[in-house]
Design a protein around this ligand. Sequence first.
Ligand code: HEM
Length: 156
Amino acid sequence: MTKFLLSLHVLAAIVAIGPVTVAASMFPPAARRVQVGADGPDTAGVGTVRLLHRICRVYSGIGLAVPLLGFATAAAMGVLGDGWLITSIALTAAAAGVLVAFVLPRQDELLERLDGRQAVERDSTVRLAMFTGVFNLLWATVTVLMIVRPGSTTGA
Ligand code: HEM
């Protein structure tokens, strides 16, 4: 059962967090590249930005499965009190917080600007790229912690 839960947990991390990482990283340069002419922004460019935002939103929702299956795996293994796991839970919460409080709302704002036929400012895409980088760094750290499990006496 533990192996089954762990497989689902890792599968969910790959399927859900992977697309969010790629789409969120592509969003700021894609938004910056949209040309706004006299008759509004180029529609293909805005379409790309909208699709990237949609991928981030939908796959963030699916990504909820990662901590849920993580808790189930941890409970099955009896490691809920381990230091490496508590640290991972805190970092996962921080990553989710950055995504929900900063990355997704700022993507929304930029998309609304483009929909309102306004050009996006370079500074705002740079700030968004910074928050996206923090999100990526946090979950990458969690992945390393999950594999190294410092202080753990189980497994490799
Ligand atoms: C609340 C958050 C999380 C909890 C409670 C949790 C729990 C766990 C547990 C108990 C294991 C088994 C470790 C072992 O084999 O001894 C595991 C493995 C793993 N987790 Fe998580 N996890 C969480 C978040 C994440 C996140 C955000 C990612 C990546 C995006 C992730 C990726 C992995 C990977 C790749 C493994 C396999 C490690 C290995 O067996 O070598 N986990 N997780």
